[in-house]
Ligand binder design. Structure first.
Ligand SMILES: C[S@@+](CC[C@H](N)C(=O)[O-])C[C@H]1O[C@@H](n2cnc3c(N)ncnc32)[C@H](O)[C@@H]1O
Length: 374
């Protein structure tokens, strides 16, 4: 139905390569990683599959059009040339929102109005009606104008894909599920690994690592905006969900250990792990990082220690980095992946990272400090 259009997975800047690899493994074709998004060929199957299975993308959109426009006439004509009759149909509702950066057409309300008008004009002419009822399924239109190039997208996910459904409540400063999944990917977590998070908070990093190790599709227990679109066969949703359930690795040797100084965080982590279906392979316990010890032959630490700005003051956060540096010994079979916005992290930790990766945690510029060489 949407033949000729492209799909795109929107992701955190810097994670396009990881998201593109995952989409290729799902069977996506003609995959190309761009700034903050991964574009691939449309198929009904990939639309459903990517929504259900993407760990790293924030949402999946239909890329309806990409064009340059510096006048409202150009914007109108380009939007009107998109085959909206195949997208929204006669009754679909099409709310419009978006953003504009470094573009001549900088007024968001004005762009919204023109795009809305162009879509309505096309639909009225194609369906020979005098107004669009917009009383059917919702097709949320999102535009991005960047240096005068407009991307016109139709959201297929609804709520962001980071909402897996297991984190009803969270602690202060939880890490976003998609970012936690990226850290688990960088740490190369496998089905037989032992993973530790010594400042686990609500358990997000370990839960994402466990879901990855067990190959649990993150969207298995939620719904998506495009499920109400009549273009997608309901049977496809059923069969793709069944396939995702079949693909879960039930007998894997993954074990995760989460510690935190806060009782409430530990209780919450246990609840979240239960909801995510990974409680059996995770163990949570109250423990101060100062009492940290690791008796495993091989283990991977992934953690998101307190940030000075939000939880403790800088000094206290840095004291924790120093404790970590002493406790996280450099030894065969041990590796450590720590995300922090503190540019002085390595100094307080006491060792230069073997590799670093710049990444944004929301608006906060962070680095993932990786220690894996022995
Ligand atoms: C940034 S939060 C971690 C958030 C977690 N990644 C999540 O998604 O919920 C940092 C955590 O470190 C914990 N913490 C602070 N001081 C600690 C200490 N001395 N030992 C262990 N945990 C500590 C806090 O209670 C908090 O839950």
């Amino acid at each position: 139905m949407f033949k000729g259009l492209k799909l795109a997975g929107l992701c955190i800047f810097g994670t396009e390569g990881i998201a593109a690899g995952e989409l290729r493994r799902m069977g996506a074709e003609n995959v190309s990683a761009e700034n903050g998004r991964v574009v691939f060929d449309y198929s009904d199957k990939l639309l459903v599959r990517s929504n259900l299975r993407c760990r790293y993308c924030e949402r999946i959109v239909l890329l309806a059009g990409v064009f340059k426009a510096i006048t409202f006439e150009q914007l109108f004509e380009n939007v009107r040339s998109i085959p909206w009759e195949n997208i929204t149909g006669k009754a679909g509702a099409f709310p419009v929102n978006g953003s504009s950066l470094s573009s001549k057409l900088s007024s968001i309300p004005a762009c919204q109005k023109i795009i809305k008008k162009a879509i309505a004009s096309r639909l009225m002419s194609k369906f020979k009606v005098s107004h669009c009822p917009e009383d059917g399924a919702i097709y949320r239109i999102h535009f991005v104008a960047l240096k005068d190039t407009f991307s016109i997208m139709v959201d297929t996910s609804g709520e962001g894909l980071h909402k897996r459904g297991y984190r009803a409540q969270s602690m202060e400063a939880p890490i976003k599920e998609t970012l936690a999944a990226v850290i688990a990917d960088l740490a190369i977590i496998k089905s037989n690994h032992t993973v530790i998070d010594p400042t686990c908070g609500s358990g997000t990093l370990l839960i994402e690592a466990a879901m990855k190790a067990k190959n649990i599709a993150p969207g298995l227990h939620r719904t998506f905006a495009c499920e109400s679109w009549q273009q997608i066969d309901k049977e496809l949703w059923r069969s793709e969900r069944a396939l995702a359930v079949e693909d879960i690795i039930t007998d894997c040797g993954f074990h995760g250990y989460g510690y935190d100084i806060d009782d409430e965080a530990i209780a919450l982590a246990k609840q979240n792990a239960e909801k995510a279906g990974v409680a059996a392979c995770l163990h949570f316990e109250k423990r101060d990082i100062r009492d940290y010890s690791d008796h495993f032959d091989r283990s991977t630490v992934i953690c998101n220690p307190p940030y000075g700005e939000r939880l403790l003051d800088y000094k206290k956060a840095r004291e924790i980095y120093t404790v970590m540096g002493k406790k996280f010994e450099k030894a065969p079979g041990k590796s450590y992946y720590i995300i922090s916005p503190d540019e002085e992290f390595e100094r307080y930790f006491g060792r230069k990272a073997d590799k670093r990766r710049k990444i944004y945690n929301g608006k906060l510029k962070c680095q993932i400090y990786m220690y894996f060489k022995n």
